[in-house]
Each structure stands twice: as structure tokens, then as C-alpha cells.
Design a protein around this ligand. Structure first.
Ligand SMILES: [Zn+2]
Ligand SMILES: [Zn+2]
Length: 302
């Protein structure tokens, strides 16, 4: 079973996103290159987490607990993959020499300061350090760290993900791994709101008028905005908890061949900037917005 996205499928989705959002042209080769590195890395990796008996999985889901809590990855392997991605960044653009050097220094420090296994919280802490030290900006750090960590989790949970009965789940976080989502979709045939875990990619239906982060169901405190000229991406927000997530409306484009929402997320980071400008923070706690972009927007609109 292919666990990671093939480079071909990524390139196809990038091309579609460039048509819909007109935003990724410059970074497309880099995004493809990172996927190429990950595919090579995972080609020979075989260990996966064993799947619990179906009755045990169903019992957990019915009681509102995700099957796995806080998936962990071996720190050394995670940093090893980051090193290979850094090689690729340098090969693609020699001008990034200083950036890559400082990134490598920070990953070495992270490796020596971390326990043998790390979870999402450690990765987010590492990202904050990278941006604070000026090694990487949030968009690049989120993409590289998030893609690499997600690749390990999806690989390790690959046997489990398809056996989770998501129809029994009512929560807003991922039924497989408990992670809070950053995006989802409106299903074309019935307008159902489907959330997707950015980490393990499990998709699950969620009540249309309900906040996945605070369970608020009061319509008066929820809403969404789009950007003029395009209805394909909505920023859903909740005034009760001041958080947001993005929803891609599949009725707005031809996605009969399936859709890679991770790429759509990358193509719509300007929507995250707008959400932050409106005072909402990402319910996923994934920080995609560069401080410089937010400052620029704030100066423009006052
Ligand atoms: Zn998940
Ligand atoms: Zn809320």
C-alpha cells in the first residue's frame, strides 16, 4: 500500500492549485523535491504499529477517545530525514547556504536536547525555536517539520488508519491520533463537512454547524469568509474560542480523481494571514503565518 504521496500526484495537485489559487508557482519545485526525498527515505522502511482488535478500537471510539494518543517518532530518525531534506534545499538553491547551516546547527541541538522519542508538542516547540532564532520562517518550518513528522506517523499507523470506524466518532479532533485539524472539505455530493487530520490524514465527518475546537453549536458565534473572486477556500471561524480552520469546497472545482488537501493548504496560506489579522488563531496550533507578512498586512490596511 503506498503510504506517502507520489511525486507525480503532488505535481498534479500543485498544477491544479496553481489554477485555482494562483499562488504556488515559485515554490512548486521545492514542494516536489521534499516529497521526492520522503519517498526515497521511506521506500525501505517496514516497521508499522500493530493494529488492536476491532472491538477494542470501536470501544475507544464510542467512548470519545482516539485510538492512539500523542503518536511518537524516534528523534534520531526524524532528524535524519530533516538532514536529507536540508541537502535537497541546498541542492535546489545554493544561495540558502547560511539558512541550511543554521538549520543543521539547530537540528543537532534539538537531537541532543530531546528524549529518544518525540511527539507533536516537541516538534511545535522546535519550530518556535527555529523561528525565534531566525533560522526559518513559519511557513517553511511548518512545511518541512510537519511533512516529515506526518510521513513517519502515516507510515507507522498505516495498518491502523483504514480500520478506524470514523462514523462512530463525534469529536472535532482526529479519531485515529487525537490531533486537532487545520483543514477539511465540503463533500460534493451532500455538502457534508469532512475534517482531515493534517498529521495522519484520517478523514471524518463533523457536524456542519459546530466548532471542532470548543464544541460550540451556536450559529451566531460562528461564520466563515472567502476571498473575493474565489469560493474554493473558506476560513471557518468561531467567536466563542477565537479559533479558525480552513474548508475546501469541492463543489468549486473538479476533484473527482481525489484531492490532496495538504497541497491546497500550502496554496492558501494567505488565508491564514487574513484569519490571523481578524484576530483568530489556528485551532490546530500549527503556526503557518510569517510575522513579517502579518506586519505587512497590518501596515497596508491599518
Ligand atoms: Zn490523525
Ligand atoms: Zn470554538
Amino acid at each position: 500500500m503506498p503510504v506517502l504521496d507520489s511525486v507525480e500526484s503532488v505535481e498534479k495537485e500543485l498544477a491544479r492549485c496553481n489554477l485555482i489559487y494562483k499562488s504556488l508557482d515559485a515554490t512548486s519545485p521545492f514542494i516536489s523535491a521534499v516529497h521526492r526525498v520522503m519517498n526515497d527515505y521511506f521506500q525501505d522502511r517496514s516497521t508499522t504499529t500493530p493494529v488492536p482488535p476491532p472491538a477494542e478500537i470501536a470501544a475507544r471510539i464510542r467512548s470519545g477517545r482516539s485510538v492512539v494518543t500523542e503518536p511518537a517518532v524516534e528523534t534520531k530518525q526524524f532528524v535524519g530525514l530533516l538532514d536529507q531534506i536540508a541537502d535537497e534545499i541546498l541542492a535546489a538553491n545554493a544561495e540558502l547556504d547560511d539558512t541550511v547551516k543554521s538549520f543543521r546547527d539547530e537540528t543537532a541541538r534539538f537531537l541532543s536536547a530531546s528524549p529518544a522519542e518525540i511527539g507533536v508538542k516537541d516538534v511545535l516547540g522546535f519550530q518556535r525555536r527555529l523561528t525565534r532564532e531566525g533560522s526559518l520562517e513559519n511557513d517553511l518550518a511548518s512545511f518541512v517539520l510537519g511533512s516529515a513528522f506526518s510521513a513517519f506517523v502515516r507510515h507507522d499507523l498505516s495498518a491502523l488508519i483504514d480500520s478506524v470506524p470514523t462514523d462512530l466518532w463525534e469529536g472535532g479532533a482526529c479519531p485515529t491520533c487525537g490531533t486537532k485539524p487545520h483543514f477539511g472539505l465540503l463533500r460534493r455530493e451532500d455538502n457534508a463537512k469532512i475534517l482531515e487530520c493534517w498529521l495522519c490524514r484520517t478523514r471524518f465527518e463533523h457536524t456542519r454547524i459546530k466548532c471542532p475546537f470548543c464544541d460550540n453549536e451556536d450559529q451566531a458565534h460562528m461564520g466563515f469568509f472567502t476571498v473575493e473572486g474565489s469560493d474554493a477556500c473558506r476560513v471557518n471561524f468561531c467567536r466563542a474560542c477565537s479559533r479558525y480552520y480552513k474548508i475546501f469546497d469541492l463543489r468549486e472545482f473538479d476533484a473527482d480523481d481525489g484531492v490532496n488537501l495538504t497541497i491546497h493548504n500550502l496554496a492558501t496560506l494567505s488565508y491564514d494571514v487574513l484569519a490571523r489579522h481578524e484576530g483568530f488563531s489556528p485551532g490546530s496550533e500549527l503556526e503557518w503565518v510569517n510575522t513579517s507578512e502579518l506586519d505587512n498586512l497590518e501596515q497596508e490596511v491599518g
